[in-house]
Design a protein around this ligand. Structure first.
Ligand code: C2E
Ligand code: MG
Ligand code: MG
Ligand code: MG
Length: 290
């Protein structure tokens, strides 16, 4: 019996692998069409100042609204897009869509959204293929000031061609665009590269936030990252803030900004607007827990 169930386990493992592989291949083969047919869409996740709970920015997160498969998250198609090179087209679409939305908010009715910034994730491939030109073109097209845009790049994708990447980032920063290192702490162990990077912010990866404030190890790591950032003159954003306790702890630790389900999941642009028209996007719980 044991043998048989073992065999079945393998069989179902194989077929689930097969299903995954087929889905992956299908997504890859349809991504080109998706970009052209406007099946990609952006959601926006609020980023708040931990000092007073005010909304300072939003992170644009890409989704694929597939006509048959429904909403597909970036974790499922970005890696395939990177392998195939289609990430350049996805990235181009994302940049333009984010800048148009930004322009809409900055010129719109809602007072609180007029000096919001939008953070956009970019991949290593974009960085090595003239990112600064692409970004400046998108800004010009939508008539948005560079200061309103933030680029997020993982430390992992920076180190591969550090010298050329530094040039690209320096150009962006010289124009006023803000640069943040995403998922900080997960990419590599050497910190020497940090001082060479023309950046404005670090985003602490959510794996270090998840077990706060209970985990003494994560508390030590988070504290060290905050102080490292501040000593380098950088601002710091905590990702994956899911509880009021975490928000309060991070605020006390000196972390400037927070992002996560405690404040809000990623939502549509319309939902960002509605929330602010109603002024119901309260950060009260942060103050309550502190
Ligand atoms: P990221 O840049 O680190 O984005 C944050 C991810 O964490 C998002 O997942 C977000 O929904 C999720 N998240 C936010 N708050 C919480 C929380 O409190 N708890 C938990 N457990 N998760 C939280 P998402 O949207 O699935 O994006 C995943 C990754 O996909 C992003 O990680 C980013 O690396 C990549 N990505 C998203 N959009 C783009 C894009 O336009 N271009 C590129 N190149 N990559 C993108
Ligand atoms: Mg990000
Ligand atoms: Mg991140
Ligand atoms: Mg992350």
């Amino acid at each position: 019996r044991a043998k048989q169930s073992g065999k079945n386990a393998y069989a179902s493992f194989d077929s689930s692998m097969d299903v995954q592989l087929r889905r992956r291949m299908r997504l890859l083969s349809e991504l080109r069409r998706a970009i052209d047919c406007n099946e990609l869409m952006l959601e926006y996740q609020p980023i708040v100042a931990l000092s007073d709970g005010s909304l300072v920015g939003v992170e644009a997160l890409v989704r694929w609204n597939h006509p048959e498969l429904g909403l597909i998250g970036p974790v499922e198609f970005i890696p395939a897009a990177e392998e195939s090179g289609l990430i350049l087209d996805v990235g181009h679409w994302v940049l333009n869509a984010a800048c148009l939305q930004l322009s809409h908010w900055r010129n719109g009715e809602v007072e609180q959204l007029r000096d919001l910034y939008v953070a956009v994730n970019v991949s290593a491939k974009q960085l090595s293929r003239g990112l600064s030109e692409q970004v400046l073109a998108a800004l010009a097209l939508s008539n948005v000031p560079p200061q309103a845009l933030q680029i997020e790049i993982t430390e992992y994708s920076l180190v591969e061609a550090l010298d050329t990447n530094v040039v690209q980032l320096a150009r962006l920063r010289a124009s006023g665009v803000k640069v943040a290192i995403d998922d900080f702490g997960t990419g590599l162990s050497s910190l020497g590269y940090l001082k060479r990077l023309p950046i404005d912010k670090l985003k602490i990866d959510r794996t270090f936030v998840k077990d706060l404030p209970g985990s003494a190890d994560d508390a030590a790591i988070a504290m060290a990252i905050v102080s490292l950032a501040h000593n380098l003159g950088l601002e710091i954003v905590a990702e994956g803030v899911e509880t009021g306790e975490q928000a309060a702890w991070l605020r006390t630790a000196g972390c400037n900004f927070g992002q996560g389900y405690f404040f809000s999941r990623s939502v549509s642009a319309l939902e960002i607007e509605r929330t602010f028209v109603r002024q119901a996007f309260s950060m009260e719980p942060v103050l309550e827990h502190s």
